[in-house]
Write a protein that binds this ligand. Sequence first.
Ligand code: DSN
Length: 427
Amino acid sequence: MEFFEDLMEAALDEVDPEISGLVAEELERQRVHIELIASENFVPRAIMEAQGSILTNKYAEGYPRKKYYGGCKYVERIEEIAIERAKKLFGSDHANVQPHAGTTANQAAYFTVMKPGDTMLAMKLDQGGHLSHGHPLNFTGMIYKIASYGVNRDTEMIDYDEIARLARECAPKVIVAGASAYPRKIDFARFRQIADEAGAVLITDMAHIAGLVAGGAHENPTPHSDFVTSTTQKTLRGPRGAFVLCRGKYASDLDRTVFPGVQGGPIMQAIAAKAACFKIASAPAFRDYANQVVKNASALAKELQELGYRLVSGGTDNHMMLIDLRSKKVTGKDAERILEEAGITANKNSIPFDPEKPTVTSGLRLGAAAVTSRGMKEGEMREIARAIDEVISASGDVEATNRVRSRMAEMSASYPLYRGMRGARAR
Ligand code: DSN
């Protein structure tokens, strides 16, 4: 390659074959593996096109019509469209589409209404919450007083009476609803009632279920919440990024907190991809997708239960489930590893009151959003459940692993992924 002459036009595989090769290998992995990580999905190509576009060249600090840079005519319009679509999709007074990630979106909502030392009541990480809901190693655990709620030991479901009791006891400034590993519907109206009784601001982190909400397969937290935060890459099937919705009275404070409070320049190519994602999620067909995700999760859960697996809380209402592996004499860590060798990707996850440490765990979290995006239905879910059981029952025995890996690759091949792209095999 003539570095200076051709650089602007050269493709990645000419400029950097090492990275290009790894991207191609990753595409091949995505094609042949059954993807069950509950927070992952496959984006439509249009989303990648927006995210890989020339918008990466543009600085646009500030908000539409109040940008601090020249040349913002088109990117301003893109941001306005993204804001309007987000507001309409979720029924919100206001949207800020600039946050780069879910934790930043939460940070922006917290900083808008809390001062260091204020109390926040949120779900414990080891019972389904997120790091940014008060973990001691996260900024939330460092600067706020954290009170946490979990699930009921018997039902393994959120105990709303217990949250109300804790709220009366600790008088939190903020209550956080929402979870990263909770397989049941969340009663946002009840959270509102608890927040009102405690005089607290209700922030709902709907990152995991945003696509289900958009598609009408889960109750919408927006009418009940002061703020709603979300990523766009999970069930919503959009780019890696985030947004915050809020009631009108918080709008200008939230915008100031996002910029210049916690971020500088917005990532305009991500905002364009978020706009496209909101458009796709508004289409009637997205309702079918969201409902199929729930049906697929339910089929996977039922088959696993029939095969003798205990699911936390006894099942699922949403896109995910947590398997308690203790009776199978395998840890979450080992299950994750042996399943990956057999072409099934999932993640180890603590179960409520887990006796194992978080790096080992007794649980496995499975989600149906990505396989549903490939077009798989209940029949495939049952087959995947049987494949999981075959590998776990054989403790990762080489023959069982090979058998399952070839069956999973065959199933994947029936649902082609990114047909026009060159994977490692084509190289
Ligand atoms: N790490 C994500 C998840 O897997 O749920 C949440 O941010």
